[in-house]
Ligand binder design. Structure first.
Ligand code: TXA
Ligand code: MG
Length: 339
């Protein structure tokens, strides 16, 4: 018995070491060699994961449909959900999409940065149909993160990259999260440490005269209104809330249930707090919304691993970046079968 249990422990440790070694082979520190390899993999039509300032992306050549199909299949993502395309600069973006005065103003203000614009596709852009999912627009973002920037420069093309998680799961903010999602399904991850912003980019649709918010994020409504000098639309003319096709009600979901605006905690719950409330983890003891956004997904993952029935979450103010944080929390709390 004694020997058997020792043997089992040893086997477990050996497996752990082996798994760690395997995962280390998938996770690469940024270096000239890493960027070269990553750009080559993209050119050869395969997928990689790379950091951006928001969350880690699962990237493929935006002009190569079979490479894009690999993203959908790795993410187990419904194919009606279009992908964001990452480009080196606004100037390069204008090769793929039509940019009007309003768009250029927004690009000057927020690119590079955590800001995505849904814009009309140019004819002959070469962007794969699988990215637009049949729409005549495409979502474009110029990321600020240095690693993403260097990769785009070396690849010198458009890289489609949704967040590097299985569809409906929490977006990854470290290389280890990405590796945990895909294991040996994904062989190349560039490690950029923890993402600075921690939640996905703000998405707007820009028409000739209107800017419509599709997903709240780090660039807030008031940041945008200061640049455009008029209101950002949150409702369509028919009063319905415009959402991206991918903005399913249940999204970013941990396995535990989520209970929001919790001012106390019950048995078999863990407690995610904000400001001067005690709990298992605190998004920002100082009550800073930027810090809270950056910690949100990794703390949700950590609490999910406590295997409690429910993660109770203290109230987060609905102002500025708090809007984006509450949006993600509400999706995480929505019943899993909602669409
Ligand atoms: O911060 C981010 O935006 C991250 C990093 C990796 O860049 N990416 C990201 O991508 O969050 P993803 O695929 O998880 O979310 C993209 C969202 C989806 O909800 C999708 O429906 C929407 O963008 N989208 C993409 N193209 C669109 C289009 N043409 N019209 C409307 N929504 C679109
Ligand atoms: Mg996502």
């Amino acid at each position: 018995m004694f020997y058997l249990s020792n043997y089992r422990t040893l086997l477990k440790i050996t497996n752990q070491v082996y798994n760690n070694r395997m995962s280390n082979q998938r996770i690469h520190s940024p270096s000239a060699k890493t960027f070269d390899l990553a750009a080559t993999i993209l050119k050869e039509g395969d997928i990689i994961s790379f950091p951006t300032e928001t969350v880690y992306g699962l990237g493929a050549d935006a002009t190569n449909s079979s490479a894009i199909a690999k993203i959908y299949s790795a993410k187990e993502r419904p194919s009606f959900n279009p992908l964001i395309v990452h480009i080196l600069s606004a100037e390069k973006a204008s090769q793929y999409v039509i940019m009007n005065e309003l768009t250029k103003k927004l690009a000057d203000a927020f690119w590079p940065g955590p800001f995505t614009m849904v814009l009309p596709l140019k004819e002959g852009s070469g962007i794969s149909d699988l990215i637009t999912a049949g729409l005549d627009t495409v979502a474009i973002r110029v990321p600020k993160n240095e690693i993403a920037h260097q990769l785009l420069e070396l690849f010198s093309g458009a890289v489609a990259a949704p967040s590097a998680n299985k569809s409906g799961q929490i977006s990854p903010t470290t290389a280890a999260h990405v590796d945990g999602e895909f294991g040996d399904e994904l062989s190349f991850i560039i490690d950029g440490g923890a993402c600075e912003k921690g939640i996905e980019s703000t998405i707007v649709q820009v028409t000739n005269k209107d800017v419509i918010l599709l997903r709240p994020g780090n660039i807030t409504i008031s940041d945008i209104e200061k640049v455009i000098g008029c209101s950002v639309l949150i409702n369509n003319a028919d009063g319905t809330k415009p959402t991206s096709p991918g903005q399913l009600t249940s999204h970013y979901a941990p396995n535990s249930k989520m209970r929001l605006n919790a001012t106390k905690v019950y048995e078999d719950e863990c407690y995610l707090t904000f400001g001067n409330i005690e709990g298992d983890l605190n998004l920002s003891p100082a009550g800073n919304l930027n810090e809270a956004a950056a910690n949100l997904f990794s703390m949700m993952r950590a609490l999910d691993q406590m295997n409690k029935t429910t993660i109770a979450v203290a109230p987060i103010p609905f102002t500025g970046l708090g809007l984006a944080i509450n949006d993600r929390l509400q999706r995480a709390a929505a019943p899993k079968d909602s669409s």
